[in-house]
Design a protein around this ligand. Structure first.
Ligand code: GDP
Length: 297
């Protein structure tokens, strides 16, 4: 994460840079905290989480324990690390096979993230099977097949218009027969037919549980960090439909809205499993709370 800090530069400029600006040539007092609250909210940390972080700093400011920008940043980084750590851990990936359902709205980087995830696990020496469960878009299947070839993993595809839960069912069956360690299930993300989509996701979830008790072991929502608070709204919406176990935040490179990581984790009490820091195959990293909190100051 030390090396990755550069990719979070825009978020760093927004948060760390604003703190430098509001503390320049001033002593740190109640007024600074008011300004800091505004900085955090506009940096997409969410109102609720920003208030909580400010409250934690208030006592320290009153006791004059924070006398410059660096001390303030350090205390804030600690508070943010705590928010990011007060979540349940992502489930152990030791089921056989371990089934991960991946959900999210079109365009957030879901297909790319599934490809990167497959690469990540294959590199750990675990064999991955992809399930092309977005049977609504022919392009989704094709794109996933390309990733599959690049990564060197197996795929179970669905004909366009096929029942996605049947694809998911077949994939788990194939994984058991062929001895794969992990199944990554892509799902549709067409939000314009919201009710249908939500029913479809529920059905996939239900069918997987019938096929393999305990499955899906993870439901990971992919959200686009550049959409800021919309990402938080999507997390709330999807969590009402299928019980999310964690998130992937994509496109953290090149956005100043990286603070949304803290908002989502703080409000939803869900772990950020991975973050996308670029378009390449290796640009998906397991999230580290402390590394992230240090990188944005
Ligand atoms: P989907 O519709 O959700 O499946 O989205 P795609 O996976 O097709 O991705 C949409 C676009 O976002 C593509 O151009 C990806 O290369 C790009 N993308 C995905 N993840 C990242 C990321 O972490 N960083 C950057 N910079 N681009 C990304």
């Amino acid at each position: 994460w030390g090396r990755l800090g550069q990719r979070l530069k825009k978020t760093k400029d927004k948060i760390g840079g604003s703190i430098d600006r509001i503390t320049l040539g001033k002593k740190i007092d109640e007024d600074t905290l008011d300004e800091l609250e505004e900085v955090l909210v506009t940096a997409d940390l969410g109102v609720q989480t920003s208030l909580k972080l400010i409250e934690q700093l208030r006592g320290k400011v009153a006791r004059k324990e924070l006398d410059d920008a660096e001390a303030l940043k350090k205390a804030l980084a600690k508070g943010i690390t705590e928010v990011l750590s007060e979540v349940p851990p992502a489930p152990e990936r030791d089921n056989n096979p371990h089934v991960i359902m991946v959900v999210g709205v079109n365009g957030v980087g879901k297909t790319t993230s599934i490809g990167k995830l497959a690469n990540f696990f294959q590199r750990q020496g675990r064999s991955v099977l992809l399930a092309a469960g977005d049977t609504f878009r022919a392009a989704a299947n094709e794109q996933l097949t390309i990733w599959c070839e690049r990564v060197g993993c197996d795929i179970v595809g669905g004909q366009e218009g096929a029942d996605p839960s049947a694809v998911a069912y077949d994939a788990v069956e194939a994984a058991v027969t062929r001895g794969h360690d992990l199944v990554l299930i892509d799902t549709a993300g067409r939000l314009h037919t919201k009710v249908n989509l939500m029913e479809e996701l529920k059905k996939i979830h239900r069918v997987l549980g019938k096929k393999l008790p305990g499955a899906p072991h993870e439901v990971i929502l992919v959200v686009d960090a550049t959409t800021g608070q919309n990402a938080l709204q999507q997390a709330k919406l999807f969590n009402q439909v299928v019980p999310l176990t964690g998130l992937i935040l994509t496109k953290l490179d090149g956005t100043a809205k990286g603070g949304v990581v803290v908002a989502i984790s703080g409000e939803m009490k869900l772990p950020i499993c991975f973050v996308g820091l670029g378009e390449g195959m290796e640009d998906l990293r397991p999230f580290e709370a402390e590394g992230f909190a240090e990188a944005i100051f």
